[in-house]
Design a binder for this molecule. Structure first.
Ligand code: GAP
Length: 450
């Protein structure tokens, strides 16, 4: 299995992810996405958005998009329960080494305890009593920093959907059931950001809120669980690396009547990548109560008025990008070297799904010292570039260039040779099968298949 350090090293070396503020010594486990990281992130977001708003073959209803603000009225966070105990972690500190830990992450087995209870996992020191720590990121709006100007960066994107429920339903003339999907940044003042991009203080969420009749909520919950698992399977996540966990009452989020976590087997263990929540009428009822605005739905056929129940699917972009990278990371000993005539060493291939691969095609002139080949290769690169993400590379042996592209998951390598000049055909090489084909330049997009 790939190690977390192999992923971190690949990400840094090949321009996927850099540590934030690196020249200043880093900044609180923050990360910046480089050229390949941003391509891959955009591919994930596009795949999710298309899945939700275009591809869903829903038995009834539809899903529409929204882009609400990061900064909203602080009243929203009162109503949602995020400013109270509901959205707080228990924090303990080691009295000896002063490291801080999330209480629910400490090993509570007898061997991990001393006479005073749990001990510090790093130095065996005594720990302080747990203290509640709210995860909201506070800020001020306007020039005066006082209580009246205090607001918060949103810790989840969905509250923007709930407070726009009526706006969206009325302007789009939607009938229950329907969904609203949103992608955007969320912020949490995590006590212990860790495991590379797994848990950070700033991240992006892709959330879909499905508004339905209360009596149908359980059915829809099952439906959305299946749909989300199918999505991961379609994008090639290995079946053995994905599972679901029914979250017991005491561990559920404060708004959830039922919660299933979709987990991925990361190098550091099984961890949540997505939550499916039955939020009941928790959010709309609370916003109705706090705002004084009725957030009801009138069923015209039955004449019944009710507060819709909500099934939520919620996933972090960076977290699944990490999972997709781990899943795709493949080491091949020797096997590929014969064909690429490279040195006999372990080669690495990033077997990402075609939709997710940051670079779709690499354009490679066979040699760089023949101006006519280089000219033709650059023409082909210019032809493809506006339509799909591609790279031009003329440095090093062709085998070495194939390996560079394999490492970042490029789907097809296109080699331009002397025959190209005669008949306008090129050699394509498939990343996974390494099969080579002679292809007309005009058919390239079809062959690449994206
Ligand atoms: N609206 C529901 C909600 O926010 P959540 O389980 O707290 O539920 C949903 O978060 C998803 O957001 C998680 O499954 C994870 O993918 C992502 N996420 C949450 N906190 C994160 C963090 N600190 N860093 C990166 N991703 C995070």
């Amino acid at each position: 299995m790939v190690s977390i350090n192999q992923i971190i090293s690949l990400c840094k070396r090949r321009g996927f992810i850099f540590p934030s503020s690196e020249i200043y010594g880093g900044f609180g486990s923050g990360y910046d996405f480089g050229p390949l990281g941003v391509e891959m992130k955009n591919n994930i977001k596009r795949a999710w958005c298309d899945e939700m708003t275009k591809k869903q073959n829903l038995p009834v209803g539809e899903i529409v998009g929204l882009d609400a603000g990061i900064l909203m009225s602080p009243k929203i966070w009162q109503a949602s329960g995020h400013l109270t105990a509901g959205f707080a972690d228990e924090l303990v500190e080691c009295k000896k080494c002063h490291k801080r830990f999330k209480m629910d992450e400490l090993d509570s087995s007898p061997t991990a305890q001393n006479d005073n209870g749990l001990k510090c996992p790093d130095c065996d020191g005594e720990l302080t009593k747990p203290k509640k720590f709210n995860l909201m990121m506070k800020t001020f709006v306007g020039p005066v920093e006082d209580e009246s100007s205090t607001t918060y960066l949103r810790p989840e994107t969905c509250q923007g959907i709930y407070v726009n429920f009526l706006n969206v339903m009325e302007t789009m003339r939607l009938k229950i059931p329907f969904g609203i999907a949103q992608i955007g940044k969320a912020f949490r003042n995590e006590i212990t950001p860790k495991d590379f991009i797994f848990r950070t203080r700033e991240f992006e969420q892709m959330e879909m809120q499905w508004f339905c009749e209360p009596s149908k909520a359980n059915e829809w919950f099952e439906y959305w669980k299946e749909q989300r698992l199918n999505w991961y399977a379609d994008l090639g996540l290995k079946k053995e690396n994905i599972r679901t966990i029914e979250v017991p009452k005491q561990d559920r989020a404060h708004y959830a009547q039922r919660q299933i976590d979709i987990e991925y087997k990361f190098p550091f263990g099984w961890k949540e990548i997505e939550g499916i929540h039955n939020r009941g009428d928790y959010d709309l009822s609370n916003h109705s109560k706090h705002s004084g605005k009725e957030l009801n739905y009138l069923d015209e056929q039955s004449g019944k008025k009710y507060i819709p129940h909500i099934i939520e699917t919620s996933v972090g972009v960076e977290r699944i990008l990490f999972a997709f990278l781990c899943d795709a990371y493949t080491e091949i000993k020797g096997a590929r070297t014969k064909t690429t005539q490279a040195v006999k060493e372990t080669e690495m291939v990033l077997k990402l799904d075609k939709q997710l691969a940051p670079i779709k095609a690499a354009v490679l002139p066979l040699v760089k010292n023949k101006p006519e080949l280089v000219k033709k290769a650059k023409q082909i690169y210019q032809l493809l570039k506006p339509r799909l993400a591609c790279q031009y590379d003329e440095t090093g042996s062709i085998g070495r260039r194939y390996r560079r592209q394999d490492e970042i998951g490029t789907i097809t390598a296109i080699t331009i040779d002397f025959d190209t000049l005669k008949d306008n055909t090129v050699t394509t090489r498939d990343r996974d099968t390494m099969k080579q084909k002679r292809v007309k330049i005009n058919d390239l997009r079809e062959v690449i298949g994206v």
